[in-house]
Design a protein around this ligand. Structure first.
Ligand SMILES: [Zn+2]
Length: 126
């Protein structure tokens, strides 16, 4: 069982986020807050979720929640973080969330990154 502090420290989440933001999203993604949630799997059949929103200054920011009961390793953290970052990228580009979050725009970006850079992002966790 993780908590968000050990998860952040173990996988250097802030550094990883910055690196992936530069490498795949042109550094356009804004501030992200990482939070832990032990109940994601039960509720959503997902090991992480993202909540994108505009803050009081109108900046597009996000909170990513990780399931703290999941047995994380470096590989899973990377691909799950990338998955959530694609949602964030679409939100930043469109200025709104998609009605079907895993529709064609998502799939297109995911396949491009997977093929071109040998990442292993998945559409759903199960
Ligand atoms: Zn998703």
């Amino acid at each position: 069982m993780w908590n968000i502090t050990t998860l952040k420290r173990t996988f250097k989440l802030a550094k990883l986020y910055k690196e992936l933001n530069e490498k795949y999203f042109g550094g356009i993604l804004g501030d992200v807050k990482f939070e832990g949630n032990p109940r994601l799997w039960d509720t959503f059949a997902a090991v992480a979720t993202i909540y994108t929103y505009k803050n009081l200054c109108g900046e597009k920011v996000a909170t990513i929640k990780f399931d703290t009961k999941y047995d994380w390793d470096e590989k899973d953290i990377r691909r799950v973080l990338l998955h959530e970052m694609i949602h964030y990228y679409i939100f930043v580009k469109l200025g709104r969330r998609l009605i079907f979050p895993h529709g064609l725009p998502f799939i297109w970006i995911m396949l491009r990154i997977n093929r071109k850079y040998d990442e292993h992002i998945k559409l759903y966790w199960i």
